[in-house]
Design a protein around this ligand. Sequence first.
Ligand code: ADP
Ligand code: MG
Length: 319
Amino acid sequence: MIKVKHISKSYVKHKALDDVSFTINEGEILGFLGPNGAGKSTTMNIITGYISSDEGSVEIDGTDIFEDPAAAKKKIGYLPEQPPLYNDMTVQDYLEFMFRLKKIRLPMKEHINSICEMVKIADVQGRVIKHLSKGYRQRIGIAQALLGDPPVLILDEPTVGLDPQQIIEIRRLIRDIGKTHTIILSSHLLSEVQAVCDKIIVINHGRIAAEGLTAEMTKTGHSTSNIELIVEGRRQTILSLLEKTDGVKKVTDKGECEKGCYEFTVESTKDIRRSIFKTIARTDFAILSMKPVAVSLEDTYLNIISGKSEEDKGNVSDI
Ligand code: ADP
Ligand code: MG
């Protein structure tokens, strides 16, 4: 349904996107997850044809956004980070205005009424936008994106600034719309993409750092390259033997767990269980336990984004 191939984008001094490629199949809800400044909005602005990319291509349902932007844009409804609402208009006037702007050829009143029913704003259709809550305003933004019945919806951080109850309702609405649409939504919250999306792409510093099905990625996996180890023997000797084992990146001494027995965690670039076994077997020490460390998507995500600048680190607690 959407094919993004090798897109890159530089701003004056800064590469915002570096060779990003991914595909979304019809009917999927894809979560674009990354910290602030990762490149989420830039990607969405390129997919929707609002800005150009320096390299690469984007295809929406077989139409190239750069070659035939008008046809491609008809297939996409877009809710930008700052929804373009006209605060002094009523909801009805605004949607009629956007309907005409998009040159939609459908019966206007019926079309707008059915969208308002769908996003649950029918009760405020006659109200002036500036008097409505942020939750309603976000729904109006989604209604605007749904005008013209595009098969694809692109939602940039759709729950930012909402209160917890509004967040739950907007997520529910997105899942509902997702039953009949292909959706890409961006978020800096792991919990959000886990709750709403079928697939997750993690983006950081303008590159895709991880991707997969939500169910697969959130399953707590085991890593054979990170292990927990209990060894009976001389603490310092064990530590230096482990550190010298081929492939080992880092050894953490977790202390004495039973008399004369020490616990360590070993991080490495490959499966090093056999080499550790052989190393210790050459001494008169004994391995009492060796087990893989459990890794969750949260661990993986924190690892990916921990490489970012100090000033951004505050956001990690939002996960
Ligand atoms: P996100 O939406 O993930 O927070 P953005 O796509 O908005 O990230 O930004 C990616 C990077 O590009 C950031 O470092 C941001 O400062 C930079 N950037 C975004 N838009 C512009 C622009 N118009 N001019 C210069 N730099 C920009
Ligand atoms: Mg953004």
